[in-house]
Design a protein around this ligand. Structure first.
Ligand code: ZN
Length: 390
């Protein structure tokens, strides 16, 4: 059923009468004599609206009547005022009409068909059955769209006879009782039941964000009107924040980021060098101990450094060692010994691991693993004697 009240997107206040009420799970369906509420179709979302200040939770057509779901019951015969959120509706109409325009232009210029259209808060995507698409075509499309917006072509809603419509549309598509056509100047003549802006200037501007290839063709990303303004606003705020942090202008943000990345790489290299020097120094100091087996506990020494240190003590200084690092609530244990000591590091580790639920493994000369840190584990390791390990 065609609702001509939806032909003007700016009709957002309307007085009507409740004709029927049906209850459904604590809510009430209200049939209205007339409605200005757009019910989702053609990929366009429903309006946001109220009846006498009560939010419309859902809407449907049933038995030829237009029903609106409300939380509270209004009386049959009551005069009510329906009100629609204009901002939300206008934004949707801008995006939808922009899609008509882009689809029509690309069809006229390249004879491509629209395969799909997706709308989101930030940007929209239209898929076309293009064999190829490139930057130049995207730029030309943007210039063409905005030129026609400047020309302010009229977007008119028509109700032609089938014979009239058949001059422009394939007859197979005209199998409806009532035919509703949306025409943009002389460039587009399309069957559509959705809501549109009255002329192209209301779209304000179309920005072609980019495009990418799909299995069926190409998807073109675009934003327009209020959506585009909002998107620019958000991006400017983000860029302003980044510019302030980097103490540079918007256009030099990437230079600032690259400087940080390079400084970070340099720092990482210096840290690596420092760790290496620390390991050499630490291995030298620990190896001076006269203990048969060197045991040492560290705080926050990373696992990789701990293993390097154990290898240095075992291979370079030929001392067996059990090293242990505490990392927050967990710990990591490395056991290393030169082969000639006859100490099987793997079996020593397995004994400790079984007792303290550690995970890991290794071989005769080096074994390692970790688990939850407990004082009992630290004490146990501290009390290990070389004889225990043989
Ligand atoms: Zn439409």
């Amino acid at each position: 059923m065609v609702n001509k009240l939806l032909d003007n997107c700016f009709t957002t206040e309307y007085s009507t009468v409740i004709t029927d009420i049906e209850e459904e799970q604590g809510d009430y369906w209200h049939a209205c004599k007339e409605t200005i509420y757009f019910m989702s179709k053609g990929g366009m979302a429903s309006d946001i609206g109220v009846i006498n200040g009560l939010p419309i939770k859902n809407a449907r057509i049933k038995d030829g009547k237009q029903w609106h779901l409300l939380e509270q019951k209004i009386e049959v015969g009551a005069n009510v005022v329906m009100s629609i959120n204009l901002h939300e509706r206008f934004r949707k109409c801008q995006i939808h009409t922009a899609q008509h325009l882009i689809s029509a232009l690309l069809h006229n210029v390249y004879q491509v068909e629209t395969i799909s259209h997706h709308v989101s808060d930030d940007e929209n995507v239209i898929e076309f059955n293009f064999d190829h698409f490139n930057d130049k075509m995207a730029k030309e499309l943007m210039v063409l769209c905005n030129g026609l917006i400047r020309d302010d072509l009229e977007v008119s809603i028509l109700y032609p006879t089938k014979a009239e419509a058949a001059k422009f549309v394939n007859e197979k598509k005209l199998n409806h009782d009532e035919i509703r056509v949306v025409r943009i100047g002389n460039i587009d003549y399309n069957l559509c039941g959705c809501m549109h802006v009255p002329s192209l200037r209301y779209i304000q501007m179309i920005y072609i964000i980019g495009f990418f290839k799909t299995t069926r063709g190409y998807k073109i990303r675009y934003a327009c009107g209020d959506q585009l303004l909002n998107s620019i606003d958000q991006r400017y705020k983000t860029l302003d924040e980044a510019s302030n942090i980097l103490a540079t202008s918007h256009l030099y943000v990437n230079t600032g980021i690259n400087k940080i990345i390079n400084a970070n790489k340099e720092l990482a290299k210096q840290l690596q060098d420092s760790k290496h020097r620390y390991i050499l120094l630490c291995a030298d100091q620990l190896s001076k101990r006269e203990d048969a087996i060197i045991k040492e506990k560290f705080h926050d020494l990373d696992k990789k450094s701990l293993v390097s240190l154990a290898q240095r003590i075992s291979i370079f200084y030929e001392h067996p060692c059990i090293l242990f690092t505490i990392l927050d609530d967990s710990c990591h244990l490395v056991i290393a010994a030169p082969k000639r000591f006859g100490m099987n590091c793997k079996s020593v580790f397995t004994t400790i691991a079984n007792q303290f639920q550690l995970k890991g493994g290794g071989n005769e000369t080096l074994a390692q693993g970790g688990g939850i840190y407990t004082k009992e584990l630290a004490d146990y390791i501290n009390n290990i004697q070389l004889m225990d390990t043989l």
